[in-house]
Design a protein around this ligand. Sequence first.
Ligand SMILES: [Fe+2]
Length: 147
Amino acid sequence: MQQFVRWKWKLYINMLSWSEQYATGVALVDAQHQMLIRQINDLERMLLNPPLVKEDCDNLLRFLSGYLETHFRFEEECMQRLRCSAYHQNKKAHAEFLAICMQFQELYLEAGPEAELLKHFQMDAANWISDHILTLDLRLRGCVARQ
Ligand SMILES: [Fe+2]
């Protein structure tokens, strides 16, 4: 948790864009990843256009956390159904990221729409989602191809 507090604010544009390299072959999973990327980019846009409006941040974060849980559940069910070898590893990675999100939510509840805190979370979320799709979620490709 302390890492959020110690983090130093820097202007760093960190927009993700979905491309075929992220395609898992499961249309709904890909559509959900695109939505997650859009939300994370919207948070970056808010940070680049201050002042931060608490109601806007609250709405975006509420939507994002709900959407993450729904998406993770759906993707885990897909992996299970397709007997994907990444199922357990993926489920564990999801739980770990949800724990990071919970830590962030607690800090956000205390601090409110504080730019450094939101920026740190935005960068963590952007890096995590990109790495996660490219390493674990893409294991779905082979499973879809086997069907
Ligand atoms: Fe995943």
